[in-house]
Ligand binder design. Sequence first.
Ligand code: SF4
Length: 417
Amino acid sequence: MKKTPKAMRVHIGLFGRRNAGKSSLINSVTGQKISIVSKVPGTTTDPVEKAMELLPLGPVLFIDTAGVDDKSELGKQRIRKTYKAIERTDVALVIANDRWDHYENDLLERFKDRRIPTIVVFNKADLSRPSERILKKLSAEKIPFVITSATNGEGIRELKELIVRLAPQTALNNPAIVSDLIPPGELVILVTPIDPEAPKGRLILPQVQTIRDILDNDAYCMVVKERELRDALDRLKRPPALVVTDSQAFLKVAGDTPPEVPLTSFSILFARLKGDLPAFVEGAVAIDSLKPNARILIAEACTHHRVGEDIGTVKIPRWLRQYVGAALQFTHIQGHDFPEDLSRFDLVIHCGACTFNRRQMQSRIFQCRQAGVPVTNYGVAIAYSLGVFERALEIFPEAKEIFLRMKSLQKSKQPVA
Ligand code: SF4
């Protein structure tokens, strides 16, 4: 259970003022000393994460955040990170004591706007209790609350039960990666180039997770490099149910895979798993509207070391420039630092986000929508710019329909010669 990737855990965020007892509460719920507890306000600086199993929910990740009332210069940066943590929170705990004012109300508003299930926890009950007025207000607004003491254990069991009840099933039951696309007993071929950019001695997370999903569905797979694909296909008595390729090998793989065999990419599978495939299709079609010097944000969820012909910094910019036929301006970011102001970009291209939970990727898509900036992901953009889009979407009829509709709309807008 400890090996469950972070991205597949329900993320439970603890938010509140400094010294509200967030860290001691997390230690009490987890039964372990993972956060530093101190009477000095502001002991938690960067969000602290702790993975554990919360039965009967399963694997979860607690996020202990810095207090939202820190007015110091450093405090502003900590609060920024605290608010960033909201983007990946599946269940929010607002930790309060006997005080209740705009800090708590502001947190509740933020969670309501993002439709994040929220529990108010009145901690330190051994020292003071919340007022009846606040409890009535929360009851009237149907916001669940619990009174706890991390010191004597009061309410901790009730809190765990509330979390289990509120944890959204969507966080646990993410869409399938590939298992709903292939019947049990069928073969999938996975094409994974082993080039200098590939990590030494292992496959990357999306590949590993796809293999596991196939096995979970009683299907089976063959993993090949792009050079061996044609030979592997020739040796089969019947064609595979699906070929999934790394996006970088799309053109060669499309050439070697018979047209009647469905073909897609890991990134397109992850566009569906983490993101919003129809929205990403619309984002890819927006490539056609890019003007010379258009500004494109390339965002990666993890901070891997870039080497050689890196996909985000070298290959995608090259393919896009070739497709658009003009110079383009690229900005690259990695990790949790997604820009707050997206309005200066004409397009956002995101990686497959295999290290993010679904909530975090959805938050980024939401942010792009709010800024009116089209968003797509690596695999979707690559398939589009390499001209293999329709084929890659064949197994996703809804997404293909959107693409065909947008193309016909584009054509109808073109001036008649
Ligand atoms: S760049 Fe994105 S898709 Fe690739 S390994 Fe990192 S998080 Fe996963």
